[in-house]
Design a protein around this ligand. Structure first.
Ligand code: MN
Length: 498
């Protein structure tokens, strides 16, 4: 299923007040709110629609609005702001039923205090500084996880913070009712890719079900030769094709086999309404090759993927692709593969056997064929490319038995200085923050997987909002982290989540 148009989703801009102020003030509140909502809606940073809702002034209006938000298919979250004082007991019944993510916008209509003109009328209207505190209290008192964004509504930095929250809400919304398919089970004996799929459905809203790989092979076998020819022509156009794969090349048949696999998986996913999948090289019965270019291109089109049966990462990759939709850069399945321990220049080389998404490529990928040491199948066709330097992150969800934990590590990607002529896979180099020792030791102490979702266009703030929407634990490793702090946080979280 391709990525949704984010502009088809709304966040509702809700302003709280009360009748105490009289109609004249309330009219002004509404006017200001409408202006803020429309400015946020038009902001280039805003990926969704921001829709103004009439100012709510009573428990009944608040409850009604929350019920409407729950029922709306297009509303994926609420931005709430208290221009004036909105006594928060009025909010209890509404907040109790609200199922959509909430962002508390702590702003004020006036940027500056009008020093020479300020009087009590101005004070009565511009009360967010205390009105938002009353609203914040009831949310905290009710233990509701939410995002709080503070700043003036015209500040581009605030627009960026809202952008990341809106994107988290879009990813969260996309997982609700989503289906993922596993071709075969887990790689034998592997621990971290396992987990409680029932609990995941309760927590994240998506379901994961299996199909024998033979079901997929049956679909692949029905793909017509003409379709295969057409797709080979697309490969030829979009990538630098290795000589052996070109027309009359000695491995042209392998390219056709790969194209047929892509068409078959794509049809299977479309017919089953799936948003992503897993496979495993240990269960390829009837498949000629391990899907390489197929998986890479399907990821580029927005499907989630996890290798070796890793359904948690497949779902995370999908959600992050939705969150990053429309931004420069990409999101991919990733694995910490091997290290560079040069003193003063420690780095991680990230890659996988084949399945790295070309949305993160820094140039036109080359389409190549090479043997694969494991899996016992024919040589798989794959896309090979490098990845640009810059800020990025790795995210991993693990099942701790009594809860899910999201671990995020901010990294600085580095463009490779040397060519890697004998490494026939897509690859990324990065320096984890705050440094290799802290990041890797911390990641391992937190139980973070070797599989991750790698992002060039989302930040850890976005993923924290996502974790809060899912009500799961998040451990962040970034430039502020210390091993002492990480260890304590992990210990304290054991108690918090008991
Ligand atoms: Mn792997």
């Amino acid at each position: 299923m391709s990525l949704p148009n984010l502009k088809s989703f709304e966040v509702w801009f809700v302003t709280g007040s009360q009748h105490l102020y009289g109609p004249e003030t309330l009219l002004q509140v509404a006017e200001h709110s409408e202006k803020i909502a429309s400015t946020l809606d038009k902001s280039k940073k805003n990926p969704l629609r921001v829709v103004f809702k009439p100012v709510v002034k009573s428990p009944e209006e608040i409850h009604q609005l929350c019920a409407e938000a729950n029922a709306s298919k297009t509303c994926i979250g609420i931005i709430a702001w208290m221009h004036t004082f909105s006594p928060a007991k009025m909010w209890i019944n509404g907040l109790k039923i609200l199922q959509k993510p909430l962002c508390h916008l702590h702003t004020q209509f006036n940027r500056d205090i009008p020093w020479g003109k300020i009087d009590m009328d101005f004070m009565n209207l511009n009360q967010s500084a205390h009105g938002d505190r009353e609203f914040g209290f009831i949310m905290s008192r009710m233990r509701i996880d939410r995002k709080v964004v503070t700043g003036h509504w015209q500040d581009p930095a605030l627009h960026e913070e809202l952008n990341m929250w809106c994107r988290a809400a879009a990813g969260w919304n996309d997982l609700q009712g989503a289906n993922f398919v596993r071709f075969g089970d887990n790689m034998r004996q592997v621990a971290v890719t396992e987990g409680d799929k029932v609990e995941a459905q309760i927590k994240f809203g998506y379901s994961v079900n299996t199909h024998g790989v033979g079901d997929l092979v049956a679909v692949i076998n029905k793909i017509k030769d003409s379709q295969v020819e057409d797709l080979c022509a697309v490969y030829e156009k979009e990538y630098k094709l290795a000589a052996a794969l070109k027309k009359n090349g000695k491995q042209r048949q392998s390219l056709k086999d790969a194209a047929k696999i892509e068409l078959g998986i794509r049809k299977f996913l479309e017919d089953g309404n799936y948003k992503g999948y897993t496979d495993t090289f240990e269960d390829l019965h009837g498949l000629i090759q391990l899907p390489g270019i197929a998986t890479q291109r399907l990821m580029a089109d927005g499907y989630g993927f996890g290798g070796e049966g890793d359904w948690k990462t497949a779902a995370l990759v999908r959600a992050m692709k939705v969150m990053g939709h429309g931004l420069p850069g990409g999101n991919s399945f990733m694995e910490d593969y091997t290290y560079h321990f040069e003193p003063g220049n420690n780095m991680v080389l990230g890659s996988h056997m084949l399945e790295i998404c070309p949305s993160i490529a820094n140039a036109k990928p080359s389409c190549e064929i090479h043997p694969l040491g494991i899996g016992g199948k024919a040589d798989p066709v794959r896309l090979v490319f490098n990845v640009n330097g810059g800020a990025a992150l790795n995210a991993s969800i693990v099942d701790m038995g009594n809860r899910f934990r999201l671990i995020v590590n901010e990294v600085q990607a580095v463009k490779p200085k040397q060519a890697l002529p004998k490494l026939p896979v897509a690859r990324v180099l990065w320096k984890p923050l705050p440094d290799m020792q802290t990041a890797c030791s911390g990641w391992i102490l937190a139980g973070g997987a070797h599989h991750t979702a790698y992002s060039q266009n989302l930040n850890s703030d976005c993923l924290q909002s996502f974790a809060e929407m899912a009500k799961i634990e998040m451990v962040l490793i970034n430039k502020h982290s210390s091993l002492y702090g990480i260890k304590n946080e992990l210990r304290w979280n054991e108690v918090y989540y008991r």
